[in-house]
Ligand binder design. Structure first.
Ligand code: SF4
Length: 581
């Protein structure tokens, strides 16, 4: 008898089918990956196992836990299941944790409410669990509120709360999607370490994670199971067309040609930029410090770094959306005013921005044709709009039928095409993309990146591309800027960065990326610790508390930026620490 058996599960919302005839099993202690693009039914399946689907769902089939059908069971039975047998780790721990409760109180409540411990044993068990999930100083963190913890620490707390009842099955739904790549590797390692004999159903869109962490995998497409098997077999010989597409679209750091450097004039230059914000009780928070970078016509410069590294502050300063405290932005050889309001309209239309959340960045009350034409009304009221809108929509691959749609009638990929069309209609010289493909599935992401490359080849567009995804960086960029706590740590041609990174932080970022290949030697490795607070950065080299190569000088003296073999790098040991990949 299997630990979990899903038998011909169907989930519908009215006429809409979310899951169709789904059957699979999970055995005691094994790890199974459930993969698919958004809308494939992964999360619906997870919620059904936990009995958490909304009342509007019509469900049929069976979900058996150790032989007992729990589909349609009473709340009392489901409570028991959720307390002791099946636990869930969600994507966003901030939403799953009660913001008004100290995390220790919240975890104690789980134990007391379900009668899992009583008296002094409750607190002791919670503190022991917090230690087990790697929360340093567990006694103190017991009294912390969720908002006082970083994303990675909150996810550790979620895992602690899930494991308190010693469940037989842990369902983790995209548990690392909201985390930086280095913290993601830590959390995945933790899940592996702490689950003992608990079975793991890992739901993810990231094939790299499944390849490194799951013995078996299941592939869903539009609610249907299209392939199932040992992870090594599915990767080596994918049988279904959809699995083949997913594997082919999975971004990889170790494959594919890289773009050669572009020889052209600088279009946009940022010199010695300093950006800071007033932080109540902490004086000035220095988001960007002494940073210089330029982008050439027809070139893409990717900007990478963990959350809080200052990537967005840098590009917002370039756009004049936040003022520079020091430094200068130069566009086509001329220094620009510090704020967007004081810049000429022609300059404003030459620098365009595309955001991460495509649907949220479009006015929900406007149809696509009006959204795309909006910048023309603002910047070039005399031009004929209809023809230009038609032409630009055609360029981004949307036909006439999209003209009268509203944003809510668009998929994520279509909405991002509209956002790109709106940015491109003014024929800008520079496009700034802030995590513009982060919310998109693999195949759609690939299409959008190809679209940007086509436009760049045709028009010589310069692109500054912020992303936390190094595989995207490899696919799209000519050069890469790596930032850490507001400073440049490495700036190099893509080929140099991906084959022989100089800075230990860049090396650690590259090692932390999951490889979508279960046979890859060594898998991936995490970087210890989380980025320190930008409010009180460490002295000397800010990376020294996490750097495996740190020496005494690193704790006292900040490394200056210098050029070593055409690579701009800030590390005392850059000459010695060349790492081939
Ligand atoms: Fe590591 Fe020192 Fe280089 Fe900083 S300066 S990255 S601590 S070796």
């Amino acid at each position: 008898m299997s630990l979990l058996e899903i038998d011909r599960l169907n989930i519908r919302y009215g006429e809409q089918v979310a899951v169709a005839d789904l059957s699979f099993a999970v055995e005691t202690g094994e790890s199974v990956g459930l993969v698919g693009e958004s809308g494939s039914g992964k999360s619906q399946t997870a919620l059904a196992i936990l009995g958490l689907l909304p009342r509007s769902a019509t469900i049929s089939g069976a979900i058996r836990l150790a032989g007992r059908d729990i589909l349609g069971a009473s709340e009392k039975v489901l409570d028991e299941v959720r307390a002791r047998r099946v636990a869930m780790v969600f994507q966003d721990p901030m939403q799953a944790l009660n913001p008004y409760l100290q995390i220790g109180q919240a975890l104690c409540q789980i134990l007391s409410t379900h009668g899992l411990a009583s008296g002094a044993a409750v607190r002791a068990r919670v503190i022991e669990m917090l230690r087990r999930v790697g929360l340093a100083d567990a006694e103190r963190q017991f009294r912390a509120y969720p908002h006082q913890l970083s994303g990675g620490m909150r996810q550790r707390v979620m895992i602690a709360s899930a494991l308190l009842g010693e469940p037989e099955l842990l369902v983790a739904d995209e548990p690392t999607t909201a985390l930086d790549v280095t913290v993601q590797a830590q959390i995945l390692e933790l899940l592996e370490e702490v689950r003992d004999n608990t079975a793991l159903l890992l739901i993810t869109h990231d094939l790299g994670i499944v390849a490194g962490r799951c013995e078996r995998m299941l592939v869903l497409e539009r609610g249907r199971l299209v392939e199932e098997g040992l992870t090594t077999s599915v990767f080596s010989e994918p049988k279904h067309r959809h699995t083949q597409t997913l594997i082919a679209a999975a971004p990889r750091l170790d494959r594919g040609a890289m773009l050669a450097p572009v020889e052209a004039e600088n279009i946009l230059e940022i010199h010695d930029a300093e950006v800071s914000y007033a932080e109540r009780g902490h004086g000035q928070l220095k988001a960007v410090q002494q940073l210089s970078v330029a982008v050439r016509a027809g070139e893409t410069v990717a900007i990478v770094g963990e959350s809080g590294s200052g990537k967005s502050s840098l590009v917002r300063a370039a756009l004049g959306l936040v003022p520079l405290r020091a430094g200068q932005v130069v566009f086509c050889g001329a220094a620009l005013a510090n704020t967007v309001q004081s810049r000429a309209a022609a300059v404003r239309s030459d620098l365009q921005l595309v955001f991460q959340d495509p649907v949220g960045s479009l006015n929900p009350q406007m149809q696509v044709h009006a959204i795309v034409a909006e910048p023309l009304r603002v910047h070039a009221p005399g031009l004929s709009r209809a023809e230009q809108v038609d032409a630009i929509l055609d360029k981004v691959g949307l036909d006439d039928s999209f003209l009268t749609r509203y944003p809510h009638e668009l998929s994520g990929g279509q909405a991002q095409r509209v956002a790109i069309a709106r940015a491109l209609i003014m024929q800008p010289r520079v496009l700034i993309c802030d995590e513009a493909v982060a919310a998109l599935d693999g195949s759609v992401r690939k299409q959008i990146l190809e679209l940007l490359r086509d436009v760049q080849r045709e028009t010589g567009l310069a692109i500054l591309f912020i992303t936390h995804d190094l595989a995207v960086v490899r696919a799209i960029s000519h050069r890469v800027l790596v930032m850490y706590l507001g400073r440049l740590v490495e700036l190099a041609a893509s080929e140099a960065l991906f084959t022989r990174a100089r800075h230990p932080y860049t090396q650690a970022l590259l090692r932390a990326v999951p490889v979508p290949d279960p046979t890859a030697a060594g898998g991936y490795a995490s970087l210890s610790g989380e980025p320190p607070s930008i409010i009180s950065p460490p002295g000397g080299c800010a990376f020294h508390p996490r750097c495996v190569h740190a020496k005494n000088i690193c704790t006292t003296t900040r490394p200056s930026t210098r050029v070593v073999d055409d690579v701009t790098v800030a590390c005392h040991r850059a000459d010695e620490l060349l790492q081939p990949h």
